[in-house]
Design a protein around this ligand. Structure first.
Ligand SMILES: [Zn+2]
Length: 466
């Protein structure tokens, strides 16, 4: 029985999805105006482990993560760089997806982008306006928080009477204060815009998640996850927008909030400028070490980014690797092994305890402790040759099973694609960019005849053995 801490009720609750064994899981994605930092990596790895655990337990998870490709910050950055927002956001969307892959994060089922869902966003705002929850002012549209009586139920923020009717234009608030927020923003001179029933403009930030969830997951979902600092105003506003119109409530059954990554006692963030990009981190540390580091604390806890903690994660991983290597090379075939029943019991108990830890609101540090206890108990048996090949295999199978969740115990298999195929793929890419479609198709057929499959992913072409 899985128990999760629900930020909305502030209680640990038994996890029971709305539909049987299906889980609708939404995670607030990145705003793509620069390279992602390790704080983002922590959040996405932590939720990746939760998703993978649910799948390990037999749930069918539909995982959706939005990409914010229009936002105040993107416009500012594009201005600074002297380019347009579209090429800027495309560049960093590609980098985001590449980073996710390198970090061993399972891809979402959908990555909806704001710019591809403008119509749906406008329709949603129109509905809010019709129902009296939104009003227009000077060509922009705002959500009237005084009309939604449950405003503040997630974060605990109170609406001050004196503040009613105060509006905020920016996507990020300067102060933690409940105020009317922008659903649609009238375009300022030189800003990108879309046509709308109001003035030409663009969506505010918060509305996109309400719209994406409705479109890609439905009216009610099981899990909504995001970093702690999104609880207010972002998630509070999401609830207000969706529940103002919803027939079924609550809109989210379980709210999961990820703890922040700290550095030198401060939250690591783009605005504070104290961040390290994922790219920089990967130059020094293996992705597996980073995943181990993330799993060493529970997803909700603050986690300190420090050399010392990373080294510890590396050491722990090496200990695991050493153990795996011993298991792989163990080939004793003694007929009578006195420890046989003891090992079976140990393995069974470890599995139970591991699952108990994970089911207790995804207590990954405890789950890891169970594994290290097991390693400690089994290690001396190798020296005495008290473990046979079959048992070693059983333990290996258990670890492989667990690695479907952690994805760091075993090195990732690299598929080797022959140089010839890579060259062909490159040639095809060239044909495609110069719009020589027929040539491109011919090369694809050739690649397929050679036993490989080519997929055009957002990060570029991917080649796989058929
Ligand atoms: Zn969101």
């Amino acid at each position: 029985m899985i128990k999760v801490y629900n930020s909305l009720t502030r209680k640990k609750e038994i996890f029971k999805p709305l539909k049987n064994k299906q889980v609708a899981f939404y995670v607030c994605g990145p705003t793509v105006y620069g390279p992602g930092h390790i704080g983002h990596a922590r959040t996405y790895i932590a939720f990746d482990i939760i998703r993978r655990y649910l799948e390990y337990r037999g749930y069918k998870v539909k995982y959706v993560m939005n990409i914010t490709d229009v936002h105040d910050d993107i416009i500012k950055q594009a201005d600074k760089e002297g380019g347009d927002i579209f090429s800027l956001s495309e560049k960093y969307t590609g980098q985001f997806l590449r980073d996710q892959k390198k970090l061993g994060i399972k891809p979402a089922n959908v990555y909806p982008k704001v710019t591809e869902n403008i119509k749906e966003i406008i329709d949603f705002i129109k509905k809010l306006e019709q129902e009296g929850f939104a009003y227009e002012q000077n060509g922009s549209v705002y959500f009237d928080i005084s009309k939604y009586k449950d405003y503040g139920k997630l974060s605990g923020i109170k609406i001050k009477k004196a503040k009613t009717g105060t509006r905020v234009e920016a996507d990020k608030y300067e102060r933690d204060e409940a105020v009317d927020f922008a659903l649609w923003k009238k375009a300022k001179k030189g800003e990108p815009y879309w046509e709308s029933p109001w003035r030409q403009g663009r969506p505010g930030w918060h509305i996109e998640c309400s719209v994406m969830i409705k479109k890609f997951l439905g009216e009610q979902i099981d899990i909504h996850a995001g970093a702690q600092d999104l609880m207010f105003p972002h998630h509070e506003n999401e609830i207000a927008q969706t529940e103002a119109l919803a027939k079924k409530k609550p809109f989210v059954k379980y709210w999961l909030h990820g703890g922040l990554l700290m550095t030198g006692g401060q939250k690591m963030s783009k605005s504070l400028g104290n961040f390290i990009t994922i790219e920089q981190v990967l130059e020094k540390w293996e992705p597996r070490v980073i995943r181990m580091f993330v799993a060493s604390s529970r997803y909700q806890s603050k986690l300190d980014w420090s050399e010392k903690n990373l080294l510890q994660a590396k050491k722990n991983l090496e200990r695991m690797e050493e153990f795996v290597n011993k298991l792989k090379t163990q080939n004793a075939k003694r007929k009578t092994i006195t420890q046989k029943s003891r090992i079976s019991k140990l393995l069974k108990d470890s599995k139970t305890k591991f699952e108990e830890a994970m089911e207790d609101n995804f207590n990954t540090p405890e789950a890891l402790a169970v594994l290290f206890e097991m390693i400690k108990a089994i290690n001396p048996l190798f020296d005495k040759n008290e473990i046979d090949e079959k048992q070693a295999k059983e333990i290996l199978e258990f670890l492989k099973d667990i690695d479907k969740i952690f994805n760091f115990i075993f090195p990732r298999k690299r598929e080797t694609v022959p140089q010839k195929i890579k060259d062909l793929a490159k040639m095809r890419e060239k044909c495609r960019t110069s719009k020589q479609w027929r040539e491109a198709d011919k090369i694809r057929e050739q690649i397929e005849r050679l036993g490989f499959e080519l997929k055009d992913a957002p990060t570029g072409p991917e080649i796989k053995k058929k």
